[in-house]
Design a protein. Structure first.
Length: 190
């Protein structure tokens, strides 16, 4: 099973992904990252000192994703393992699509070879509240203005509405243990 965890920065994706990995005995991978090539790309896209053109940014995320799919995700799924992803294609659709106004579905379809999650857990949290959870100056994208994150949150809502059979929307304002319980219920695990 392929499970992705999505939401705006500060919603608790990493916390939930790790907890699900422990509870389900699943492999947890982050995006961008998870393999050497993708980790190097991660350092580029997060570097606040770099000015990265939005199209280049979208392509870098897609490239990191392609490598992760080829090197780790497909082999793990072929072994019958459950994989939990801390972000996947929907992040690009929300951030580069909704936030930057780019058409990125095609390049991500190409990057993944059509691989899609069986279930996507969307951690819903008001963007202002999510941002208040973040500490420090943040990476390059985390420094975007509030309007950017409002557009990202709206894009996530649209994605969830368009694919209700795949998305499970969870209240990320709850304590982490309650979010985990809700996620397990949404996955049919109790």
């Amino acid at each position: 099973m392929l499970i992705s965890v999505e939401g705006v920065d500060g919603a608790g994706k990493t916390t939930l992904a790790r907890a699900l990995g422990e509870r389900l005995g699943a492999e947890v991978l982050r995006e961008p990252g998870g393999v050497e090539v993708s980790e190097r790309i991660r350092s580029l896209v997060q570097d606040a000192a770099l000015a990265v053109d939005p199209r280049a940014e979208a392509l870098l995320y897609a490239a990191a994703r392609a490598q992760l799919v080829a090197e780790r995700i497909r082999p793990l799924l072929a072994e019958g393992r459950t994989v939990v992803l801390d972000r996947f294609v929907d992040s690009s659709l929300a951030y580069q699509g909704g936030g930057r106004g780019l058409e990125v579905r095609g390049i991500n379809e190409f990057a993944t070879g059509g691989l899609a999650p069986d279930v996507t857990l969307l951690l819903k949290l008001d963007p202002a509240r999510a941002r208040a959870r973040k500490k420090g100056s943040g990476d390059r994208i985390e420094q975007e203005p509030d309007a950017f994150f409002d557009a990202v949150a709206a894009a996530y809502d649209e994605l969830a509405a368009a694919e209700p059979q795949r998305f499970r929307v969870l209240d990320a304002g709850l304590p982490p243990d309650e979010v985990l319980r809700a996620a397990l219920r949404a996955l049919g695990e109790t």
